[in-house]
Design a protein around this ligand. Structure first.
Ligand SMILES: *[C@@H]1O[C@H](CO)[C@@H](O)[C@H](O)[C@H]1NC(C)=O
Ligand SMILES: *[C@@H]1O[C@H](CO)[C@@H](O)[C@H](O)[C@H]1NC(C)=O
Ligand SMILES: *[C@@H]1O[C@H](CO)[C@@H](O)[C@H](O)[C@H]1NC(C)=O
Ligand SMILES: *[C@@H]1O[C@H](CO)[C@@H](O)[C@H](O)[C@H]1NC(C)=O
Ligand SMILES: *[C@@H]1O[C@H](CO)[C@@H](O)[C@H](O)[C@H]1NC(C)=O
Ligand SMILES: *[C@@H]1O[C@H](CO)[C@@H](O)[C@H](O)[C@H]1NC(C)=O
Length: 368
């Protein structure tokens, strides 16, 4: 056989192997099992919750000119046989955190699509794909890599990983991917209000269904709490906030609103705060290696207490105290242990009766 003959024979053998063992290469295995495929009825996206701003009159421009701006952007994925509850994944740093586990593999987006939940990826006004702002914005490079390592709690100081951290520490590409995936965040009091306005309009519109659970990370937790206090329907059913930085307080306790920066506290009328108590469940979830006296952990306990005092059901969950979840980071749903974090969310959705199917079938087994 000549050179090309060998090549042809090798290709034929490879094709035969693929035909007989398709899962060996074509299907990523999970614990040696084939996973349930993701079967979508449809996917797409839309803008929502924006304003139409009139141009100031000028020599060059008619005041009838307008700008449609400050909307949020919602991308959606609807399974073929969906459950009733929409999971709205609300990032702080970027949508990427919901899309893959650190170093690759299923993120919460695919995990919960496999479980038949409609998944929505949300960019609030001015961030990510909702960049069409009504006001001038600016971006100033801030040499953020070191700060990312610290704020995401990968270790006690830059470059020193926690020994048990749920991150592939020797995978330099994983670290590079993690630290590059960021948008301009606009952590200001005004941006928090702006996000809550757009998100509450989206929630009340019916366009994301009538059973919404927000999954939030970091600074998005405050925005989602505020959104629930602004909504005038019962469409929002729950919030699961991973490492929420910032809290909403009612105006009858001694909380002082902080208008500097986007990390709260934000104070709302008691009647609006009580909307958080009408949700089926609220969970404030913390990764490992948090100080017990961390001001945000303390605030989460206080707010959970207030929500429960008004008849709600809020809990604070410390992942570091649970088996297999030591070393959980600031973004635990992207951790190497994110399957365990997902199972905690399964339990939350079950006990709040938010796991039913649109077609009425319930309690079906989902594959891993
Ligand atoms: C403003 O509108 C008027 C009437 O349509 C038009 O005549 C004029 O040229 C416009 N001016 C500018 C600056 O576009
Ligand atoms: C990472 O690499 C170091 C040094 O080669 C090794 O000691 C350690 O076990 C590795 N860690 C993991 C999680 O593979
Ligand atoms: C809910 O009602 C209040 C009072 O009318 C209003 O200010 C607010 O904009 C409404 N929220 C939404 C999301 O429409
Ligand atoms: C709030 O603060 C004021 C002044 O510091 C104090 O008099 C009051 O007792 C406090 N109220 C509560 C409910 O803690
Ligand atoms: C929190 O606790 C640590 C020790 O566990 C202590 O060093 C620190 O000063 C405390 N911080 C506050 C704000 O109380
Ligand atoms: C919240 O719900 C859980 C599970 O249904 C229940 O065990 C817990 O007691 C509830 N907490 C409150 C404060 O109602």
């Amino acid at each position: 056989m000549d050179h090309f003959g060998y090549r042809r024979a090798a290709c034929l053998i490879a094709a035969l192997l693929l035909a007989f063992f398709p899962s060996a290469t074509a299907e990523p295995a999970h614990n040696g099992e084939r996973r349930k495929p993701i079967v979508l009825d449809r996917s797409g996206g839309f803008q929502i919750g924006g304003v139409i701003k009139q141009a100031p009159p000028s020599r060059f421009r008619n005041s009838t000119d307008t700008l449609s701006c400050d909307h949020g952007y919602m991308e959606y994925f609807i399974p073929w046989n969906p459950r009733r509850t929409s999971l709205v994944m609300w990032h702080s740093s970027s949508t990427q955190v919901w899309q893959n586990r650190w170093g690759g593999g299923d993120g919460f987006k695919d995990m919960f699509l496999r479980r038949d939940y409609p998944v929505y990826l949300w960019d609030g006004p001015r961030v990510g794909r909702a960049a069409w702002s009504c006001d001038p914005t600016s971006y100033r490079p801030s040499y953020q890599d070191r700060a990312n390592f610290n704020s995401w709690n990968f270790g006690p100081s830059y470059g020193r990983w926690w020994p048990d951290v749920q991150f592939p520490v020797n995978d330099t590409e994983a670290w590079q991917q993690a630290t590059s995936a960021r948008y301009q965040e606009y952590d200001t009091f005004e941006n928090v209000q702006l996000h809550a306005r757009a998100a509450s309009v989206a929630a009340d519109s019916g366009k994301i269904g009538s059973s919404i659970v927000y999954l939030t990370n970091s600074a998005a937790g405050l925005r989602a709490q505020l959104t629930a206090t602004r909504s005038n329907t019962t469409n929002i059913k729950g919030i699961v906030a991973y490492e929420s930085v910032g809290y909403v307080f009612p105006d009858n306790v001694n909380a002082t609103q902080n208008r500097r920066g986007g990390f709260g506290p934000v104070v709302v009328p008691l009647d609006d705060f009580k909307k958080l108590a009408r949700l089926r469940g609220v969970q404030f979830v913390w990764g490992d290696h948090k100080r017990a006296n961390d001001s945000n952990v303390l605030q989460s306990r206080r707010v959970a207490q207030l929500i429960n005092m008004y008849g709600g059901n809020a809990t604070v969950v410390m992942l570091g105290e649970m088996d297999g979840l030591k070393g959980s980071t600031h973004i635990p749903f992207a951790d190497l242990s994110n399957d365990k974090v997902a199972r905690l969310l399964d339990k939350f959705l079950q006990r709040t009766w938010l796991d039913g199917y649109v077609d009425g079938s319930k309690g079906r087994e989902y594959w891993r």
